[in-house]
Design a protein around this ligand. Structure first.
Ligand SMILES: [Zn+2]
Length: 736
């Protein structure tokens, strides 16, 4: 209670004071009484001087103590690390060196007086995650400072932080200055912030998409982070040359560069200067005594690092890194867990694996622990897992730890599966990766899914048969109705829907999409990421869209009756709706929806068409070989295409097909890339009357084929004859 009212008194005192210094005489005894301590000092950060200054009055004179942000003093170190400290004996070098090897106690004030510091509590004053200053409370009257004092100090520091931000003219969010300057409005900014959780990407996208000038953005960040802004001035700043342990890919990934001007004093350029742990790593790797901290734009940092001028140095070839690991891998087994993640070889190895995955167009990376054997690194390319490399078992844990750190996962938790996300940069493009760790009896494994970035596939590249292409173009011209794309996970439904949306995405149409996750982005679309965990489902997104004057709506998936029902209702009230279902064929989709309890009349009125699809591997264009169709091949084609429809194939005899061979381009597999095979059902009057009668799937299928639908296997056979793929790849689609 006493504490509560003291804290309230403090707040009132600061709110009404023009500055901290003006009420220091009242504040000091108040805080000393609150902490039951003898002395205190409050340091304020100075943006242009990159140090801290404590001001206090003795008599009428204002005294100043300046302290650099470095381990050379306790206050400087707390400012650097942003971690509060309780020091029981500042004269104990053991106690200090256990905190940081170079931590010193600046004892000159003790020396110049009879006062002796016995113990102290030192706490960072933060506001919105940005360092504003430091508070030190010295010599507890009754023994040592306890954790209760720390909790109290935190509350005081919060109040001081608010005051300091006001005094220093800081902002509570990195882009507030832009809103204040009316460079961007708040709702637009919030939309960007929500869509881009990663700071660096957000800065970049705001500048390119909202045309915010570099300097304007630089000032905004400088005001927020309370450090100077440095732009790209290669004639003034160059990279700081030192025999540091800083590895280029580490710097690029963390968006940090150390530069220097003619004075040779290093300046650490950071995209997010509030990242104290990163600053600590840099500081300790450089081992420098004095340096500045400045904010720079992410691209500027990459420019200084040489990314913009011809790519710079990559992480190194896989073989070289593995060689290096081979020679350094003799550490004792007990040390494995301690092996630091920034052992450069491991860092580069993980970075190499990610780069290779992107280069090989892999969709997934599997890092599997093996008992008493090297770790296997496999990648799923065109839907098939391929062995890529092996990592010595001695480095398994370090590689997993590295990936966990990059994805913000708990390194210590090894018994439970974890999910996270990481992003890396490849030739200027940010690539997002979903990460899942899975504990196995052999050790922890990791599976990474590379989220496809970039825009939509043009419809012309979908490899639709000419008949299907015509039909679908006719379908999507309709002003309302529902079009479903169906197939199992990984059958390319999202790609197809975005190709279709890309085709009809014109400025006169308002298009809303709800997706999980948003993998493909298109300018002009309003794309929303649903989050069922917080109750933001496809159904609730759809309800929100209907209030937002849409023309076209994409609902990522009809997982339940509620969503299916709402989607059909929306299409009946004048909107064009697209969605997906996990069904195997187009006709089966109809019975599935009726089983869910959807009204057959509503459904047939709404439904424009159903497209079922699969992906099949395509032959490598570089090495595929022509070959005569065997009798077995001919039998397969005739049986699967069906006697009734065979004439339309106009088969020649002998028939030329293609088979895989293998070359360097396709990794000796004979296949490269995948293509879609399709089954497109149109809702015709004849089919409609069968649906009313709840006819069985087989009858629906026969009628749909009669009305022009070709099945997945028929479409695949067309693609075999075209030379896109071979019979082996489509056999799993065959009906027995
Ligand atoms: Zn090939």
């Amino acid at each position: 209670m006493e504490q509560q009212s003291a804290l309230q008194d403090l707040k009132n005192l600061l709110v009404n004071a023009p500055s901290l210094l003006s009420v220091y005489d009242t504040l000091e005894p108040m805080l000393l009484k609150l902490f039951k301590a003898q002395r205190m000092s409050i340091f304020q950060r100075r943006m242009q001087h990159q140090d801290l200054v404590a001001r206090f009055k003795t008599g009428n004179e204002v005294q100043e103590i300046k302290v650099p942000i470095s381990p050379h003093s306790i206050a400087g170190y707390v400012a650097l690390s942003q971690i509060p400290l309780i020091i029981n004996d500042p004269y104990s070098s053991d106690e200090l060196s256990a905190i940081h090897p170079r931590l010193k106690f600046a004892d000159k004030f003790d020396k110049h007086s009879t006062f002796r510091t016995q113990n102290l509590i030192c706490i960072p004053i933060l506001n919105a995650g940005v360092l504003m200053g430091i508070m030190q409370i010295i010599n507890k009257n009754d023994g040592a400072f306890q954790s209760a004092d720390l909790a109290l100090a935190n509350k005081v520091a919060q109040t001081l932080g608010n005051k300091f931000r006001y005094e220093l003219g800081g902002t509570s969010q990195p882009f507030d200055y832009l809103v204040h300057r009316k460079v961007i409005d708040e709702p637009t900014l919030n939309k960007f912030v929500q869509a881009n959780p990663e700071h660096e990407l957000l800065v970049q996208r705001l500048m390119t998409e909202k045309r915010i000038p570099e300097d304007e953005m630089g000032i905004a960040l400088s005001v927020h982070y309370q450090v100077p802004y440095i732009g790209y001035k290669p004639d003034r700043f160059r990279l700081y040359q030192s025999n540091s342990k800083l590895n280029l890919s580490y710097l690029k990934r963390n968006f940090v560069a150390v530069v220097t001007d003619s004075t040779d004093r290093p300046t650490v350029l950071m995209a997010q200067p509030s990242n104290a742990s990163l600053l600590m790593e840099i500081e300790s790797a450089l081992g420098i005594e004095s340096y500045g901290i400045s904010v720079a734009l992410p691209n500027t940092i990459l420019q200084y690092l040489g990314e913009a001028n011809g790519g710079g140095v990559g992480p190194g070839a896989m073989d070289e890194i593995l060689d290096e690991i081979g020679t350094s891998g003799q550490e004792a087994d007990e040390q494995l867990d301690d092996m630091s993640d920034d052992a450069p070889a491991v860092v580069r190895l993980v970075s190499r694996i990610l780069h290779d995955a992107k280069r090989l167009e892999a969709s997934d990376i599997h890092i599997d622990a093996e008992k008493n054997a090297p770790t296997r690194v496999r990648m799923r390319i065109d839907g098939v897992c391929r062995d890529i490399t092996q990592v010595p078992a001695s480095h398994h844990n370090a590689v997993i730890a590295r990936i966990k750190i990059m994805s913000n996962l708990n390194i210590a938790e090894k018994r439970l599966p974890q999910d996270g996300k990481l992003a890396f940069k490849l030739s200027g493009q940010v690539i997002e990766v979903r990460v899942a760790t899975i504990p196995t009896v052999a050790g922890e494994g990791v599976v990474m899914r590379i989220l496809s970035t970039g825009g939509a596939l043009p419809m012309g590249k979908m490899n639709l048969s000419p008949a299907n292409q015509q039909t679908i173009l006719r379908m999507i011209k309709k002003p309302h109705g529902i079009l479903l794309v169906v197939g199992p996970t990984g059958s390319g439904k999202t790609t197809t829907l975005h190709a279709v949306l890309g085709h009809i995405n014109t400025p006169d149409k308002k298009i809303w999409t709800a997706e999980d996750p948003v993998e493909i982005t298109q300018p002009g679309l309003q794309q929303v990421q649903v989050s069922p965990r917080i109750g933001f489902t496809f159904a609730s997104a759809l309800r929100a869209f209907l209030r937002a004057d849409p023309d076209i709506i994409l609902i990522g998936e009809m997982r339940d009756k509620e969503t299916a029902h709402a989607g059909i209702e929306a299409s009946l009230t004048g909107h064009l709706v697209f969605s997906t279902l996990h069904t195997n064929s187009a006709p089966e989709t109809i019975t599935r929806l009726l089983d869910l309890g959807i009204d057959p009349v509503n459904f047939t009125d709404a439904c424009i068409g159903i497209l079922a699809q699969r992906l099949v591997r395509t032959l490598c264009q570089n090495c595929k070989e022509a070959t005569l169709a065997t009798d077995t091949d001919m039998d397969f084609i005739k049986r699967q295409y069906g006697a009734d429809y065979l004439p339309e194939l106009k088969l020649v005899s002998p028939l030329m097909l293609h088979k895989p061979k293998g070359c360097e381009i396709c990794g000796n597999t004979g296949y490269k890339g995948r293509t879609g095979v399709h089954e497109l059902l149109s809702m015709t009057p004849a089919l409609r009357s069968l649906v009313y009668k709840t006819a069985p799937v087989s009858q629906l299928k026969t009628q749909a084929m009669h009305d022009g639908m070709r099945t997945l296997i028929q479409d695949s056979i067309l693609k075999v004859i075209k030379g896109d793929t071979d019979i082996a790849q489509i056999q799993m689609l065959a009906s027995v």
